[in-house]
Design a protein around this ligand. Structure first.
Ligand SMILES: NC(=O)c1ccc[n+]([C@@H]2O[C@H](COP(=O)([O-])OP(=O)(O)OC[C@H]3O[C@@H](n4cnc5c(N)ncnc54)[C@H](O)[C@@H]3O)[C@@H](O)[C@H]2O)c1
Length: 433
């Protein structure tokens, strides 16, 4: 199959490189010339484990290429994937569909022969209908079908998620469109990943319902963690106790500083907007959004309390800035609110993140970025772990104690056993324990 990927970000680039690895002929398009130039030079504009090798393999095999020329890239494609961003719209927080619609317009003018237009971006229910309208208006002669194919990959494990997904969702009812999609995903069916077909609207809503449910799970355990702190229970024990129940499942039951990232915050908001527009309020998700919003700064206040209630003039070492490990993505990372809360209270921040510091510098002012974990610590009054990168899981606590001005450790990801840390003479603050 000849495939064109419009948008070469986290989703477009990973999907494109994986499809090429399965043998399809793929061109990844982006309107960001810098990105395309980097990719052509064999450089990867984002950090995603394994992606450099996968892209290199596709380029040398000759079936993965990069282009800034959208029209030329989609002309002969069997399927054109729209994988552009759908961020929260400034003002009302609904999904900003301007990139999707702009891409659809450009695609419409360039396609020839029967082409499947695949919405891979996360888009509100009904967007497929609008994309179909746009294409028909722009090119009344075009032979095409619009299909929804939401993406469920996780940054940090994106390649494995794409190649061995729990399921693939395809939404649409045009038989020719569905036939092309079955062929596109046939290599995954061989790997026994279920490929489920449904209505286009069902597929669009499935993506939002899935993310809202996961965000709810995280928020649920975070509130249980708050209760654990009040009643003297350990949230990790409780999470294990409930997670072993198959009806509940153990994943997404890790208490922490609140969810962030490029998807959950914007997708929960967009779902609420869709719900309002359709007069079907989603009260649970409303509560999830509200609770999570206030949690991030609350974690900053937790650090302030661990330092005796006043951080003015103090220096705080922060480890981990990205919203989760193994990505350089800073979008809506809880670290932003935690650090800003500490800065608002008068603290100075010294921080380190293995991959996120370049992105962090764009959103966090007045932070001293350090070259490794230990160099954040000299003259710092406390160490705060915000993101659980592997490199922070087995710190040399003796050395840490020697470097810090006072032995205060705040572990917002619960990665250390309390006993071990206290044996080393630290005052230890965790979440829900
Ligand atoms: N990042 C994730 O983990 C993830 C997971 C599942 C779904 N999604 C969804 O996938 C979509 C893309 O997310 P992302 O994280 O890959 O975004 P991203 O910002 O990393 O990439 C989007 C890319 O599209 C390009 N672009 C925008 N308009 C274009 C146009 N008209 N022509 C060509 N290129 C254009 C941008 O330059 C950018 O490089 C979003 O809807 C998101 O919600 C993301």
């Amino acid at each position: 199959m000849k495939l064109a990927m419009i948008g070469s970000g986290y989703v477009g680039l990973v999907s494109g490189a994986c499809f090429a690895d399965f043998g399809h002929d793929v061109v990844c398009v982006d309107r960001d010339d810098r990105k395309i130039a980097m990719l052509r030079a064999g450089e990867i504009p984002i950090f995603e484990p394994g992606l450099d090798a996968l892209v290199a393999r596709g380029i040398s095999a000759g079936n993965l290429s990069f282009s800034g020329d959208l029209a030329g890239s989609v002309r002969d494609a069997d399927a054109v994937f729209i994988a552009v961003g759908t961020p929260s719209r400034r003002g009302d927080g609904h999904a900003d569909l301007s990139y999707v619609y702009a891409a659809a317009r450009e695609v419409a003018e360039a396609i020839s022969g029967f082409t499947v237009i695949v919405n891979k971006s996360t888009v509100p229910v009904g967007t497929g209908d609008e994309v179909e309208r746009i294409i028909r208006d722009a090119n009344p002669e075009a032979a095409f079908a619009v299909v929804s194919n939401p993406e469920f990959l996780r940054e940090g494990a994106a390649i494995d998620d794409f190649k061995r997904p729990d399921r693939v969702v395809i939404g649409g009812n045009d038989p020719r469109g569905l036939a092309v999609m079955r062929e596109v995903y046939r290599p995954l069916a061989l790997g026994r990943s279920p490929i489920i077909e449904m209505s286009r609207r069902g597929a669009e809503l499935t993506k939002y319902a899935g993310n809202a449910f996961l965000a709810t799970k995280i928020t649920f355990i975070n509130e249980i963690a708050d209760l654990c702190e009040k009643v003297g229970a350990d949230v990790q024990e409780v999470a294990r106790g409930i997670g072993l129940d198959n009806r509940i499942g153990g994943k997404f039951l890790h208490a922490g500083p609140g969810f962030g990232g490029s998807c959950f915050p914007k997708d929960t908001l967009a779902l609420l907007k869709t719900a309002q527009d359709n007069e079907a309020p989603q009260r649970i998700v409303e509560a999830v959004v509200a609770v999570n919003d206030q949690r991030k700064r609350a974690m900053g206040r937790k650090v302030i309390r661990a330092l005796g209630g006043d951080v003015r003039g103090k220096t705080i070492a922060v480890l981990g800035l990205t919203f989760k490990p193994n990505t350089d993505d800073m979008r809506d990372s809880p670290a932003i609110a935690v650090i800003q809360t500490l800065q608002d209270a008068g603290a100075t921040i010294r921080a380190f993140d293995p991959e996120g510091m370049e992105q962090a510098a764009k959103v966090l002012a007045d932070v001293e970025y350090c070259s490794d974990a230990y160099s954040t610590m000299p003259n710092s009054d406390a160490l705060v772990i915000v993101t659980e990168w592997d490199a922070f899981r087995a710190l040399d606590l003796k050395r840490v104690k020697g470097l810090l001005k006072q032995p205060v450790l705040v572990d917002l990801r619960n990665i250390y056993p309390r006993e071990l840390v206290e044996q080393h003479g630290f005052s230890y603050t965790a979440v829900g324990r």
